[in-house]
Ligand binder design. Structure first.
Ligand SMILES: NC(=O)CCC(=O)C(=O)O
Length: 308
């Protein structure tokens, strides 16, 4: 399996976005070392935030998850989480750690851990929508054979951790198909949606870019997807095409299917674009909440939604 990373650098007040690809296979140790090496390389190029793809320490497949899963909490010695923490601290970067199978008790989750520049774990997202699909003759996949779903949205505000003014909503792959999650993130003040993901050769060409751009436009936010690069010999062949789009749905950068690095500057002017897009086309304020309404236990009742 091959992986992409995506990064943000904050140069002279100008965050800079990059994507890498890195090769992953069945050798877990090699996958972890490769990810660490790519994080270091990206950091050398000035990346400030690095995003890894879904399932970067193992092949993507239900039969692999139990074997590659690590216990991060409950005093677990997770070598993958340790690498992410060390890499974040040594390179002084934020890391959105793609995902890896995580064990807690009897359950296994598809989890994304996020680290600050000191190597502290600041958030965890457990994939909330499991990829259970059956398109006869094309693709059948049932994550729920071995995985359990998470039950929380996950937001990371980098400014609360000494970083740039970016509030990210995190999802993992199939989570991108659920507009309600993205709308909830918008409601909770996010201006960027980050989805480590691994679409395949059936759904990738059809929906990967479409969904990212849709979620970005739905929420007037930056959108990022970070995929493993394609490995034709894998059981599950990833589509690749890590990508970042702006709140207008315009592509700021895209990788192809191979191992690679892509860096995209996101200067403060572009961050301001979120605000101006939201003002120019204030559809968030024009929602007809008398006809329909997003409801979530994670939505504060009284707090007005941040829709500047
Ligand atoms: N890893 C995943 O969740 C795959 C999702 C996917 O391919 C899709 O089409 O959705």
């Amino acid at each position: 399996m091959i992986c992409d990373c995506w990064q943000v650098r904050n140069g002279d007040g100008a965050p800079n976005y990059t994507e890498d690809c890195l090769a992953c296979g069945t050798n877990k140790k090699a996958n972890i070392e490769n990810a660490a090496a790519k994080i270091a390389a990206a950091s050398k190029q000035g990346a400030e935030i690095i995003v890894l793809p879904e399932c970067f320490n193992s092949p993507y497949g239900t039969k692999y998850f139990p074997e590659y899963a690590e216990n991060v909490i409950e005093g677990g010695q997770s070598e993958t989480a340790l690498m992410l923490s060390t890499a974040a601290r040594d390179n002084k970067v934020f890391i959105v750690g793609g995902s890896f199978p995580e064990k807690e008790g009897e359950k296994i989750y598809n989890s994304c851990y996020i680290f600050n520049r000191d190597g502290d774990m600041v958030a965890r997202h457990r994939k909330v929508h499991l990829f259970d699909i059956d398109i006869p003759g094309k693709i059948t996949f049932k994550e729920s054979d071995t995985l359990s779903p998470g039950d929380c949205p996950t937001i990371v505000d980098l400014s609360e951790h000494g970083g740039p003014p970016v509030r990210m909503g995190i999802g993992i792959c199939y989570d991108i198909r659920f507009p309600e999650l993205a709308l909830l993130y918008r409601h909770l003040g996010c201006s960027m949606l980050v989805y480590p993901g691994a679409f395949n050769m059936v759904t990738g060409p059809a929906h990967w870019e479409l969904l990212l751009r849709a979620r970005a436009v739905d929420t007037q936010s930056f959108g990022i997807v970070c995929s493993p690069a394609r490995d034709e010999s894998a059981d599950y062949i990833a589509w690749g095409h890590s990508m970042i789009v702006d709140p207008w749905g315009e592509k700021l950068g895209e990788l192809q299917e191979k191992e690679d690095i892509l860096m995209v500057d996101l200067d403060l002017t572009q961050l301001a674009k979120v605000v101006s897009r939201r003002q120019n086309m204030p559809y968030w304020l024009q929602r007809r909440q008398d006809i329909y309404k997003l409801s979530s236990p994670f939505m504060p009742e009284k707090k007005p939604s941040p829709d500047k």
